[in-house]
Design a protein around this ligand. Structure first.
Ligand SMILES: *Cc1c(COP(=O)(O)O)cnc(C)c1O
Length: 400
């Protein structure tokens, strides 16, 4: 009963393996061989060839956001994804702003922590580990406090894998006349973020998530109107998006040493993304990865933390089995010996682990992941991977 997805089956995995395991993790992730190969060349950061590469990258990223792309610009920022999130928040939240943070996991908490560090006034709706923030809650909070100027949300909260309902949150924000900023780190490139449908002032993602590049920089896609008025907001020199933008517009260069090899690899990753059918093609492969993997894991008795409606095609959280013979450290090691690096859980409510669906992997790889899990359970003497009853009743609280 395996329906064939045309997009997924026409895409060939470009031999990512050099004998190393597949990374079932949400970035760094398994990259194509041709992406790695592009890093074998040195570039002068001031040279016209590298400036062209930067310009090409910025324009290709903008081509992924739909017809309103002329109203936006793309500003790359050195560092890991968190640097780009901090740069976005610091640059687009004015000194006198007040932000409503919608938090439901580790990356939402990190945004709260960042706002505290940079001294921006904020309030938080904390939904715990995995409940989605809803449009009506946002509307009510904004109505109750007219001094709130901005809302910030994480698109796919990678700590649980939940896909937050970004459209209803954007609608609630703009109906109330406020502005939205999005951390779309682990979603952009695989989940549609069309600026004609979902309104926001800016969002951020990075090189090593769904575009399947290697780590080294993030990028902020922002409304030009917002970029123009952001001058003077950011107290950090290196994280100032306005300065980086103005400099890049004027000279074509990054302000400080760019991760040249990473940019070259990323442009190749963008070529593969386009070849696969862009956001739709990439999203289809990841969805297939998730469906095959989740179905197989459920056959073994594993259960997902989230109900199907909230499962992202990015990463899936599974409860640890109740069987006392199960021990995560050993499970991890056995999976690694089979060639798969999985990811520990990040929940406070129940013991769990995570399996990523992103990177150079297809459904055939995912079937091998399930077979490896079955084998690991057998070696550990776990008969059935079903979770404890307490975990399932916790999940029952999750909104339908
Ligand atoms: C990966 C990720 C980040 C950035 O993490 P870094 O470790 O700094 O790259 C931020 N937000 C989300 C939702 C992420 O998945």
């Amino acid at each position: 009963m395996e329906a064939k997805s045309n997009l997924a089956s026409s895409f060939s995995i470009e031999s990512p393996r050099l004998g190393e395991p597949f990374l079932l993790t949400p970035g760094p992730l398994t990259t194509a061989y041709s992406v790695k190969q592009k890093m074998l060349c040195d570039w002068g950061s001031w040279d016209a060839d590298f400036r062209d590469l930067t310009a090409q990258m910025r324009s290709e990223l903008l081509s992924l956001i739909g017809d309103t792309k002329d109203e936006f610009d793309c500003v790359p920022m050195q560092g890991s994804g968190t640097f780009a999130v901090e740069a976005m928040l610091w640059s687009f939240l004015p000194h006198n702003s007040k932000t409503l943070v919608l938090s439901n996991g580790a990356y939402g908490s990190r945004i709260v922590q960042t706002l505290a560090r940079i001294g921006r006034n904020h309030v938080v709706i904390d939904k715990g580990d995995y409940m989605p923030p809803r449009g009506n809650e946002v509307a009510a909070a904004l109505e109750a406090d007219p001094t709130i100027t901005h809302v910030v949300v994480v698109h796919c909260e990678t700590s649980s894998g939940i896909l937050n309902p970004i459209k209803e949150i954007a609608d609630a924000t703009y109906s109330a006349g406020r502005k939205l900023l999005i951390d779309s780190m682990s979603a952009f490139g695989a989940i549609p973020l069309d600026m004609t449908e979902i309104r926001c002032e800016a969002f951020v993602s990075s090189a090593n998530k769904c575009i399947e590049g290697v780590p080294g920089f993030g990028f902020i896609i922002a409304r030009k109107s917002e970029l123009r008025t952001s001058k003077g907001n950011c107290n950090s020199l290196s994280l100032d998006v306005h300065d980086q933008w103005v400099n890049m517009e004027n000279t074509g260069q990054w302000r400080f040493t760019p991760p040249t090899h990473v940019v070259a690899a990323f442009v190749e990753a963008l070529r593969l993304h386009r070849k696969e059918g862009g956001v739709a093609g990439r999203g289809a492969r990841y969805t297939r990865n998730r469906d095959v993997m989740v179905e197989g894991m459920r056959t073994l008795g594993f259960e997902t933390l989230l109900k199907d409606r909230w499962l992202s095609p990015i990463i899936v959280t599974f409860f640890n089995p109740a069987d006392p013979a199960f021990e995560f450290g050993q499970f991890y090691q056995l999976m690694k010996e089979s060639g798969f690096i999985i990811y520990p859980g990040k929940l406070t409510v129940a013991d769990s682990f995570r399996v990523g669906c992103i990177g150079q992997m297809d459904e055939h790889v995912m079937r091998r992941v399930v077979a490896a899990a079955a084998d690991a359970l057998k070696q550990m003497g776990v008969r059935d991977a079903c979770p404890p009853q307490s975990a399932l009743s916790e999940r029952a609280k999750l909104a339908a």
